[in-house]
Design a protein around this ligand. Structure first.
Ligand code: DC
Length: 223
């Protein structure tokens, strides 16, 4: 369970709600660590693909998860740099394929249990911004600050489109929207840690808010 003396901001919400951008700004502001939990699921999916472990090979996935190390390097004005097993694989993880496979392995209870330990090990002084779908509900239920960011599927698809486009990926907005909607359904309806706000979370719809406005609301909450 998380240590109550180390502050945690649990930033939950679906893909494209702004968690990554907002979470990193807050982490930089306070000098806190940052955990991109989506990168853990994407990283495991990527590793499984590399090692030819199938997405339904539970013991193979758990063995990969148990041996996996992850470091999230916070960057200003960019997605966090992700280091898995000592290798920087940030851009590979952002692809829509990695996201899809992550969403397929994420409902497996044994996989989530293996990754839960790794996520709790990220809790270190002076504080942690934990970004993901189940940070406030499951991983850090005692987090001092809990915010659930959301936005319409159309806005989230457009944000992801712009992000991938700027990285040189060849993307199609309509297909991204479909994939986000399919992922929302899968993430919300699964039995293990479904996507939903913690009962004590503040819900912020970022569809009509600028990044600065969202950051200001969160800083006000913490200060
Ligand atoms: O936030 P993201 O798109 O990087 O997440 C990729 C997938 O990983 C998402 O479809 C579901 C899964 N995931 C999860 O189940 N729990 C988390 N805390 C983070 C991500």
């Amino acid at each position: 369970m998380n240590n109550p003396v180390i502050p945690v901001l649990a930033l939950d919400g679906p893909s494209g709600s702004g968690k990554g951008t907002i979470g990193q700004i807050v982490a930089l502001k306070y000098g806190w660590h940052y955990l991109d939990s989506g990168a853990i699921y994407r990283g495991l999916a990527w590793l499984a693909h590399q090692k030819k472990v199938a997405s339904d090979d539970v013991s193979g996935l758990v063995a990969l998860a148990d041996a996996m190390t992850l470091v999230c390097h916070v960057r200003e004005n960019d997605v966090a740099q992700i280091e898995i097993n000592g290798q920087i694989i940030t851009d590979e993880l952002r692809s829509d394929d990695a996201g899809q496979m992550a969403s397929e392995i994420a409902p497996i209870a044994q996989v989530r249990a293996a990754l839960l330990k790794m996520q709790r090990r990220c809790l270190k002084a002076p504080g942690l911004v934990a970004d993901g779908r189940d940070m406030g509900t499951t991983v850090f239920p005692n987090a001092e600050y809990k915010v659930y960011l959301t936005a319409s599927a159309e806005i989230r698809a457009k944000r992801r489109f712009d992000q991938l486009k700027s990285k040189g990926f060849d993307v199609n907005l309509a297909r991204l929207l479909e994939s986000i909607q399919a992922r929302d359904v899968r993430d919300s309806s699964r039995a293990e840690s479904p996507l939903k706000p913690a009962e004590d979370a503040i819900v912020l719809d970022t569809s009509e808010l600028s990044i600065d406005e969202v950051v200001t609301r969160i800083l006000n909450l913490i200060d």
